[in-house]
Design a protein around this ligand. Structure first.
Ligand SMILES: Nc1ncnc2c1ncn2[C@@H]1O[C@H](COP(=O)(O)OP(=O)(O)O)[C@@H](O)[C@H]1O
Ligand SMILES: [Mg+2]
Length: 308
């Protein structure tokens, strides 16, 4: 992960009437691809709106590129592109006309050559530039939205649930495009999502939030570091005798025999690895294989949310 910090929230609180949308939220946004992850209602959209200076924090401090998100929002909006959760296009305009209109509004170059190039960059090829946006598929609309967010060469692009309304194939394609834009054009991203497994592959930095608070932040490695439980698959003979002993071990959460293998979920992986050979030795069994099952981000997230 690139360690350059380009944004930071420090103890940001935002209330809507009696509802607390952000509750002392602290997070860091790094140069690279950042995933803002949390269940519905976690406060992702509120955090995004606040970072763009569309709403003001009740307490705390939010900065992008060291500029205050509220006081310096004009400077920030000049350096940041946005794709909102709900796309609003003029259905009767063509893709090119729509983009040209947005370029004018944003004060970006509206040269047709440049705009066509931008459309091609998001993989909307020449044949669809002149077609009515009303006839675009969901995936094409999302690409057009991304092109719009890229107007004016932003350093950071913020995408609020960019894949939520797409089918699995188009989700993967949009994320591939984001990875390409990051690697080839050095554009950083902040992507919010409540769908975890797909972001797992693209993000350098994960920000897990729930109920307006940060649960955990870091690289994928750091996400798994403090995982509450770990699953192991153990091949051992005879399986029953070892199972009897493992049942009584305090750190064992769950135990099952599947296809002649022991599936063990433990709270303390280090202790389990130390104790297992001893137990196996005690009952005179033979240990053939111990394999740790890599849990995915979703598992980490669930256990973190539930543990919070
Ligand atoms: N404009 C608003 N007025 C009242 N409540 C709001 C408003 N915006 C958000 N909220 C509340 O704040 C919480 C966080 O919402 P939101 O930021 O939209 O979450 P997410 O994007 O993670 O689903 C929710 O409980 C939501 O109902
Ligand atoms: Mg939202």
């Amino acid at each position: 992960m690139d360690c350059e910090i380009i944004g930071e929230f420090r103890s940001v609180t935002k209330r809507f009437g009696s509802a607390v949308a952000l509750d002392g939220l602290s997070l860091k946004i790094y140069r690279g691809i950042n995933g803002l992850i949390g269940p519905n209602g976690a406060g992702k959209t509120t955090a995004i709106r606040l970072s763009l200076g569309l709403i003001k924090a009740d307490a705390g401090c939010a900065e992008l590129f060291r500029f205050d998100c509220w006081n310096d929002s004009l400077v920030i909006r000049g350096r940041v592109g946005v794709l909102y959760e709900k796309l609003a296009f003029y259905d009767n305009l063509s893709g090119l006309e729509q983009l040209r209109l947005m370029a004018k509004l944003k004060g970006a170059s509206d040269s047709v050559v440049k705009l066509r190039k931008l459309l091609c960059l998001v993989e909307l090829d020449e044949s669809v530039h002149g077609r009515r946006v009303g006839g675009y598929s969901a995936g094409m609309r999302q690409r057009l939205g991304l092109a719009q967010a890229l107007l004016g060469n932003p350093e950071l692009v913020i995408l609020d649930e960019p894949t939520a309304n797409l089918d699995p194939l188009n989700r993967v394609k949009i994320l591939e495009l984001i990875t390409f834009l990051n690697k080839e054009h050095d554009i950083s991203f902040l992507i919010s999502s409540h769908i975890l497994p797909e972001l797992e592959r693209v993000c350098d930095n994960f920000i897990l939030m729930n109920k307006g608070k940060l649960l955990r932040q870091g690289s994928i490695v750091q996400m798994f570091e403090k995982t509450v439980t770990t699953k192991f698959i153990v091949r051992v003979q005879p399986v029953e005798s070892v199972m009897v002993f493992l049942k009584d071990e305090a750190y064992v959460e769950d135990l099952a025999v599947i296809d002649d293998c022991l599936h063990v979920v433990v709270r303390d992986a280090v202790l389990f690895r130390k104790r297992l050979p001893l137990l196996v030795g005690q009952v005179g069994a033979s240990l053939d294989e111990v394999r740790m099952v890599k849990s995915d981000l979703e598992t980490v997230f669930k256990s973190t949310v539930e543990g919070a």
